[in-house]
Structure formats: C-alpha cells, structure tokens
Design a protein around this ligand. Structure first.
Ligand SMILES: [Zn+2]
Length: 548
C-alpha cells in the first residue's frame, strides 16, 4: 500500500490543479469601484420580476422601460429600432423592438455589446409559470448596464466607442438580432467586434465559448480579461453544433466576436428555476471581471481605432491555466509544437529501444491494448448514459440530457475508476519485472495519433495532446539525466490538471448524454499518467525507462 501513497498524492495534486481554474471571483459589494455584482443584481431583480416573453407582449413593457430608464439615467441617448412583425416557428407573430445606446469614441470605430431582453416562452407541462430569465438573459442585461455605468462616468474621453444593443425575440429564433443584420446593417458600419453576453445555465464560471473565425487578434484583446476562462477546444466543438445565439447573426455578416455564457446547471435553463433566487453573484462578477477590462482596453488603445482591427489570418489555440492565466499561441505555433513533439517522440522511443527500456513487439501490443481500452471507455460511458436514460425516463441525447440525478457524481466516479486502470496495469507489470517503457511508448504513440486527428478536425484542441506528450517526454528525459525518478510525476500531475476542467466543461455543456465522450477523452492523458506514476515510484528506480 505504501508504494501507492506517492502516486495518490500526485493524483490529488493534479485534481487540485484542475479544480483551481474553475474558481469564480468573489462578488464585489455595491460601493466598490469597477464592476460590482451586488449592484448589477439590482437590475436582475427588476428585469426578472416576472416572465417576459414575446408571446405575452405586455410582459415585455416593464423590461424595456427599465433598460431605457437606466441608460437614460446614465446620460446616454437611447435609440429604439422597430421592425415589422415576424412569425416565429411556433406560429406567433409580433413586431420587434431593439433598444440601443452608444458611447462614441474619438476614432469613430466601435465595439458592440449584445444581450437579449426576452425570456424563454417554453413551459413544461406541469409548470404554471415559465422562466423569469434571471440568468438567461438577466446576466447579460445586468452585465451590460453595469459596464455602461462604469464607462458613462468618463464618456467624453474614450478613444474608441462602445455600443450597447438589447435585442428582442432571441428565444424564439434570434429575430431581433437578425432584423438588425437584415434591415439595419449600415448602422453597424463602425463596429469591428461584437461581444454577446448569454447564459445556458445559472451558475459556475462564465465561459468565453465562441469567437469568430480567425480569432488571433480577437484573442489578443480577450487576454486583457482579469479572470479569463476559455478553451479553444470549446470554440471548435461549438462551431460544429447547431446551437445559435444572437452572436451567430453578427458572425454571419463577418464581424469579429466573443461570446460568454455560464453553463452550470443546464437543468435550470428555460425553466421556472431560472429565477432571481438561483442566480450566482460569483458568476455575475465573473462576467464583469472578463468583459469590463476587455471593453476598457478596447476603448483606450488607439490601435483599435481603424477598420478591420480584428482581421487575422489564423486562429489562436488557448486554455486557462490557474485563475488569471490564459495560455495562448497562434495555430501556426501549435503546428510547429506538434511537429517538434513528433520528432522528440521518435528520438525518445529510439533511445528507449536501444537501451532495452522498451521493446518494439511489446510496445505494439500495448498500443493495441490502449486502443481497445479507449473503445471500452467510450462504450462504458455511452452504455451508462443510455442506462441512465432508461432508468430516469429522460430521453437519451448526446448533447442534451439534463436533470439526471447525481449526474456529476456518476461522471467523476467513472473517471476515477478509469484513472486506476492504466496505473494498476503498469503497477502489475512493474511487479512482474516487465519494462514500463513499452507501456509509456505505446501511450505516447496513441496520444500522437489523437494529436493528428485533432489537428485535422478540432485544431483548437491540439494542446490537449501536444502539451501532456511534451511534458511526458521532457519529464522522462530529465528523470533519466538526473537519476531522480520522481520528476516524471510532474507531467502526470500537469496532464490531469489540464484535462480536468475540460472534462468538466464537456459534461456541463453537453450533459450526461455525452458521458461516453467524457470517459473517452479522459482515457488518453490517463494512459500517460498511469505508467508515469509507476515510473516515479521509489521502488521503480531500478527499472525506470530512461533512468540510470
Ligand atoms: Zn439566452
């Protein structure tokens, strides 16, 4: 048992590293300078006093009045854009009324903040009342009004302008935003970047989950966020999903964009539980801590005062590492990193084979074994989610299966059991006197295959395979050079820490319907971590791959 203590501590360190980025900032009180969630909450209480849907036009009146009076109270000119009636997919017809305000800058160029002021009209059979839209999109409205308040205080000094658009009829088909882009596009000729503020849940971190294509320059601006929380993997996945928000309409017209939403807990989304009692001030503060510094930086930096300031030829690859740190590099750099990783892998494997720390036949068999186990991980996750659907009567759907009791606990228990498999296999092999190098080489090869697959289909996720692999290669080389086996524990902990928030996000965004994807994704870093945990043990010092 004693020999497992070190690896357990490393696992705990990895879990801790993975949990830290999920932290949200403490809400600032109403008398604090800058963005205050306590102040912004007052707007949510007003806006979400009752459901306000386009199917009950009278219910929208107090919401519109509140937004207008708040903007006017800040000394901003309020504009209303009215559009002829639309008929939504449910057969309801209504006119559209978007509310806008602007704080112009000297350059004549602008950034646009967007949120929608209608709440979801959907009602579940047993429910008397619908959603009150406290989060969706009270978070968006309140965040924008609070940012407007901060900016309005110094409104004659902006280098670049900031515009605000509160859209109508988002919930029934993005009609308000679509009307702007169809009937009023010329009015947005000064806008270079649209920031949409949304919610697909009521709590948890506010995720920057979507951008326009070729987001390099957009991400350079986003790096000013105080608590950045974003994964380029999410952007790639979202681009392949049918979901849309108001931002979709702006991206279609070629605007650069940033999209923010909380994703936790999807079972509250569009239900009566999306009400002011269930909002999270930490989440609200998190929107502000990201968006306000981005808007301030834009409004002050003359670099952004020209058309096309966010044009770029490529995407950025990025992820959050500890709170406040966004690691980001251009897609071209990601390709170079991947090529370098491949070369280092070949060199490392050749060395291990020459030194008989790995054997080619054994490595090939292990490669097939890891591959088989990855398929098994997918099958177990998938099978469990299908069984849960059967047991709960909630229809199985890979991207939307909210409301399964203990979904979080079930997910993490499965992932933890999965963690044990590569470790116990490597441990058993060490006990029987076999070399661990073959297991590790095979795991590296498997991750390399995944790296190639991701470069082809989801390039924003390439870091998930390139960086753990690089760390494993560097760690085992260092361990070999210094004779300190425990060094390989560092890449093991780093890989677990890198993957954990991503698995959590996939689980939140897609729900437990995607359990198979979570268990499959989790398996790849674990194939590296398992052998590394064994190699780093003091008892393994006689037979580490690359030591001595
Ligand atoms: Zn919404």
């Amino acid at each position: 048992m004693k020999k497992h203590l070190g690896p357990l501590a490393v696992l705990a360190a990895g879990i801790l590293l993975g949990i830290i980025p999920l932290a949200t900032p403490a809400p600032k009180p109403a008398d604090a300078p800058g963005f205050s969630a306590a102040r912004a909450r007052e707007d949510i209480l007003r806006v979400a006093a009752a459901p306000h849907t386009v199917w009950d036009q009278a219910s929208l009146v107090p919401v519109r009045d509140h937004i207008r009076s708040r903007l006017a109270g800040m000394g901003l000119a309020v504009a209303t854009y009215r559009y002829p009636p639309v008929t939504d997919a449910f057969g309801h017809s209504y006119t559209l009324e978007n509310i806008a305000a602007a704080i112009p800058g000297k350059s004549g160029r602008s950034i646009l903040l967007v949120s929608h002021y209608d709440s979801s009209p959907k009602k579940r059979a047993a429910e008397q009342e619908g959603s009150r839209g406290a989060a969706d999109d009270g978070y968006g409205i309140a965040t924008m009004l609070e940012i407007a308040r901060v900016l309005a205080a110094g409104k004659d000094t902006l280098e670049n302008g900031v515009r605000f658009l509160f859209t109508d009829a988002e919930e029934t088909g993005l009609h308000g935003a679509a009307a702007e882009m169809t009937h009023n596009l010329a009015a947005y000729a000064d806008v270079d970047l649209a920031i949409n503020v949304e919610a697909r849940g009521v709590k948890g971190p506010a995720v920057m989950f979507e951008t326009g294509r070729n987001n390099l320059a957009t991400l350079r601006l986003y790096r000013n966020a105080r608590w950045p929380f974003a994964y380029s993997f999410a952007v790639d996945v979202y681009r392949n999903m049918p979901n849309g928000t108001d931002l979709t309409q702006f991206l279609k017209k070629g605007f650069a964009g940033l999209n923010f939403a909380v994703l936790d807990d999807l079972s509250y989304y569009h239900t009566t539980r999306d009400n002011p009692d269930n909002i999270s001030l930490r989440s609200l503060q998190h929107y502000g801590e990201q968006i306000l510094p981005v808007v301030l930086e834009y409004s002050r930096d003359p670099r952004y005062g020209r058309p096309g300031a966010f044009a770029a030829a490529e995407d950025m690859v990025y992820f959050t590492w500890l709170p406040g740190i966004l690691v980001s590099y251009p897609a071209t750099a990601a390709k170079i990193i991947s090529i370098l990783t491949t070369i280092l892998f070949v060199a490392w494997t050749a060395r291990a084979l020459v030194r008989k720390e790995a054997r080619i036949g054994s490595a090939l068999l292990w490669f097939l074994a890891w591959l088989g186990m990855a398929a098994l991980a997918l099958g177990i996750g998938l099978g469990t989610s299908v069984l849960l659907a059967k047991a709960t009567g909630i229809p199985w759907k890979v991207t939307y299966m909210p409301g399964v009791p203990f979904d979080r606990a079930i997910t993490w228990v499965l992932v933890f059991l999965e963690t044990l498999v590569p470790y116990l296999l490597a441990s058993r092999r060490a006990r029987k006197g076999g070399e661990i190098g073959s297991l590790l080489a095979a795991a590296m090869a498997l991750n390399l295959v995944m790296l190639a697959v991701f470069h082809r289909f989801l390039p924003g996720g390439s870091f998930m395979f390139a960086l753990p692999l690089l760390a494993a290669l560097a760690g085992s080389w260092l361990a070999s050079r210094t004779g300190r086996a425990w060094i390989v524990w560092i890449p093991a902990a780093l890989s677990i820490g890198l993957f954990l928030p991503i698995l959590h996000l996939v689980g939140l965004a897609l729900t437990i319907g995607a359990l198979g994807i979570v268990t499959l994704l989790a398996f790849f870093p674990l194939t590296l971590a398992g052998p590394l945990l064994v190699l780093g043990r003091p008892a393994g010092r006689e037979r580490p791959c690359g030591s001595g």
